[in-house]
Design a protein around this ligand. Structure first.
Ligand code: HEC
Length: 153
């Protein structure tokens, strides 16, 4: 019995030494997942920003909106995968509701995909009022996910 007691802390220490590096590796990995999904979102932000700049400044890049809308659509299709890994480690605006209401979250991503696809079509028509109206719908689709699933700033 006395012998066993003596072994106790040694074993605990060994366990700790084995667990610590593993835990550190996991959190670093989580950090990379968080960074990845944030980069994806920033790309969405940049594309929306470019469309907004073309519309607001009447820049001679209206033809670019088709490409930007298609990129928004493609990136929207990556959102479910990019958030599949459940983690709110580190600096993140992601709310735990994402993984509690996963169906609603992926539906919000799909809604963005659809509105962006529509924008690509409307942009081909070149009708400025229609482009503006559809861009607002795309913006609403961003907000439709941010409101329930992203921390308010
Ligand atoms: C299906 C949900 C969803 C949709 C749709 C969505 N977002 Fe996000 N977005 C999020 C979540 C969740 C975060 C927080 C991610 C994090 O910090 O880990 C976020 C973060 C962001 C960020 C901050 C990124 C950073 O650097 O921290 C920007 C910018 C952004 N979104 C732009 C957009 C734009 C623009 C659209 C629409 C074109 C959009 N998002 C559509 C869920 C969504």
């Amino acid at each position: 019995m006395a012998n066993r007691k003596h072994k106790g802390p040694g074993l605990a220490l060994l366990c700790l030494l084995l667990i610590l590096p593993a835990a550190a590796a996991v959190s670093q990995e989580d950090g990379l997942y968080v960074q990845y999904r944030q980069m994806l979102m920033r790309a969405q932000g940049a594309n929306m920003g470019m469309i907004g700049a073309v519309l607001a400044g009447q820049l001679p890049y209206k033809s670019h909106i088709v490409a930007q809308a298609n990129i928004l659509k493609q990136n929207a299709g990556l959102i479910p995968d990019a958030f599949k890994k459940e983690t709110t480690a580190g600096k993140t605006g992601a709310l735990p509701e994402i993984w509690k209401n996963w169906k609603e979250f992926t539906a919000a991503a799909l809604a963005l995909e659809k509105e962006s696809a529509k924008l690509a079509k409307v942009a081909q028509s070149g009708d400025p009022a229609a482009i503006l109206a559809q861009t607002q719908k795309v913006g609403a689709a961003c907000g439709g996910c941010h409101k329930p699933f992203r921390q308010a700033k």
